[in-house]
Write a protein that binds this ligand. Structure first.
Ligand code: KDG
Ligand code: MG
Length: 402
């Protein structure tokens, strides 16, 4: 069997997605996700550079093809490169599953659990509003809920919806919007949210929170300490993680479990965090972490150091990545939790899929391959629309991390 054709699509069924479809000379095809929020066209261009090198290869040689595009490229790593490699990798696993007539989780070692526990996103304009929204997720059967609140005195905050409460929409059409930020106001307010949540909903439900890279290590240490009585499942992305050593300071001060990694791309972004046991959950998604081939290695290394997975699953990764994450999450032993920010109906129609939600868990389904498809014809109705993530400024105008 040989790869005969590979095509890249950028479509916008409510938001932009980059999709790769690889077809073999025997007519079997596989799909991969290469979406990089706000930089979709860069990944498309990168993939189009790789496609000529893919044609004629044996799609069964997944490891070799991965190495060809990773080691074989002098300019390694980075989100654009790794999203492109991930899309090829996902499509090849999809093809292998279809050829062998089995779901991808069977190729990864089989099921290690009945389903994949997920967390939903609740958010509100203030503490009372957020507490109410968390309740709605608990009623829907979620066992774990991420809670983000607006902060009094700030016009907006990360993770808060402008309109409907289904999910916040960070990528906006036109030029980037500007957000505003005050670490002091945030740190004074957020612990009160989790106090209230525990008072309202008791000890059983898991709560998570994302600081979205806005703290210094010592500020993160303070937040982690103040949240200890409310025993979070995790506190995410407290500091920008380019400096892995920064986590030593946080770890020395708090027992709140720490999660990081949604912007990481390779195993080399994680090694200090793992070997020094500075984090509890690694958050790379299958698309930004180089595909299933690379994620398997990251999980294996993490396992040695008591680190579990908690793959990034926002709506800016397509249902193809979500499906791949479920096959991955159900098969490895050190699975922690999966983020699940539900896609819109329009997105789901373009990417029909076998995975289903029930009582706090997602199930990948038993279709051969990844169990997700891409409706090319329908996607044509939703052409790419330029959109950017916001940028963030402190109240005095200083440009800050978004
Ligand atoms: O594109 C950026 C989003 O994926 C990110 O802001 C979402 O932090 C995020 C999360 O935890 O889902
Ligand atoms: Mg996050």
């Amino acid at each position: 069997m040989k790869i005969q054709e590979a095509k890249v699509f950028v479509s916008c069924p409510d938001r932009n997605f980059v999709t790769l479809k690889i077809t073999t000379d025997e007519g079997v095809y596989g799909v991969g996700d290469a979406t990089l929020n706000g930089r979709e066209l860069a990944v498309k261009a990168y993939l189009e550079d790789l496609i000529p090198c893919l044609i004629g290869r044996d799609p069964a040689q997944i490891e070799d093809i991965w190495q060809y595009f990773y080691r074989g490229a002098y300019w390694r790593r980075g989100p654009v490169t790794m999203a492109a490699i991930a899309a090829i990798d996902m499509a090849l696993w999809d093809i292998k599953g279809k050829v062998l007539n089995t779901p991808v989780y069977n190729l990864l070692g089989g099921k290690s659990r009945k389903g994949v526990m997920v967390y939903g996103h609740a958010n509100g304009k203030d503490i009372n509003d957020t507490v109410k929204e968390v309740g709605k997720y608990i009623e829907k059967g979620y066992l774990a809920v991420r809670a983000q609140t607006g902060v009094p005195g700030l016009k907006d905050s990360y993770g808060i919806s402008a309109k409907d409460k289904m999910y916040y929409e960070p990528a906006t059409k036109g030029l980037p919007q500007e957000s505003e930020w005050s670490t002091e106001k945030y740190l004074n307010y957020v612990p009160k949210l989790f106090k209230k949540l525990r008072e309202e909903y008791g000890d059983e439900v898991h709560f998570l929170h994302d600081s979205h890279h806005r703290l210094t290590p010592i500020e993160a240490a303070r937040l982690g300490k103040e949240l200890e009585p409310y025993h979070l499942f995790w506190l995410e992305d407290t500091v920008p993680a380019e400096l892995q050593e920064g986590f030593r300071i946080i770890r020395q001060h708090t027992t709140t479990p720490l999660a990081v990694g949604e912007v990481f791309n390779t195993i080399w972004d994680t090694h200090i965090l793992f070997t020094e046991q500075l984090i509890d959950y690694i958050r790379m998604s299958v698309v930004h972490g180089g595909g299933l081939t690379h994620m398997k290695k990251i999980a294996a290394m993490a396992e040695v150091y008591h680190v579990k997975t908690g793959c990034h699953g926002p709506t800016d990764v397509s249902p193809i990545t979500m499906a791949a994450a479920l096959h991955f999450g159900i098969s490895i032993n050190n699975f922690g939790i999966q983020e699940y920010m539900r896609h819109t109906d329009k997105t789901n129609e373009v990417f029909p899929h076998a995975y289903t939600f029930d009582k706090g868990y997602l199930y990948p389904g038993d279709k051969p391959g990844l169990g997700v498809d891409f409706d090319e014809k329908l996607a044509e109705k939703y052409p790419y629309e330029r959109a950017y993530l916001p940028v963030n400024r402190k109240l005095d105008g200083t440009l800050f991390n978004w």
